[in-house]
Ligand binder design. Structure first.
Ligand code: HEC
Length: 128
């Protein structure tokens, strides 16, 4: 009986040897896909605090909507106008108005340099 379980043990550790690289592989793939925002605008997005309401991966939070499909609705020019004065833009855009009813606070007007604005727009317009 003891011999049998030894054999089983060898079998299991052989599987383990095979499983380990497979596991490591998938972890690496996962962490690669999940490694957060691409470089460039990512740091600016965080620096300005957009992540606090729109989520690290732009997936949205209870404070703000997802920004993952922003490229479908916005051009860089429109976004630039929006970021300068989100409140007044809101009244001109029915879709945005509908979104805003889901949140208790509105999109704030955040002070940013032209460079920060350019980077953050570039970042949020990148499709995933
Ligand atoms: C205090 C929370 C908060 C912060 C911080 C914030 N937002 Fe928002 N944002 C919102 C809310 C809420 C809306 C939905 C519109 C509304 O109610 O004003 C919105 C809407 C938007 C939209 C329009 C989404 C759409 O579907 O078209 C964009 C783009 C956007 N935010 C970008 C940003 C960027 C870029 C930053 C950082 C500079 C930022 N937001 C920071 C709360 C926030």
């Amino acid at each position: 009986m003891a011999g049998l379980s030894d054999k089983r043990c060898v079998k299991v550790s052989r599987y383990r040897l095979l499983l380990l690289p497979a596991l490591l592989g998938s972890v690496m793939i996962l962490t690669h896909c999940d490694s957060g925002p691409p470089p460039g605008g990512g740091p600016t997005y965080r620096e300005l605090g957009c992540n606090l309401c729109h989520g690290e991966g732009r997936e949205g939070t209870e404070m703000g909507p997802s920004l993952q499909a922003v490229h479908e609705h916005w051009t860089p020019e429109k976004l630039s106008t929006y970021l300068e004065d989100p409140e007044s833009y809101l009244s001109t855009d029915e879709r945005l108005k509908a979104i805003s009813t889901r949140f208790s606070a509105h999109m704030p007007q955040l002070p940013m340099t032209e460079e920060q604005k350019r980077l953050v727009i570039e970042f949020i317009l990148k499709s995933r």
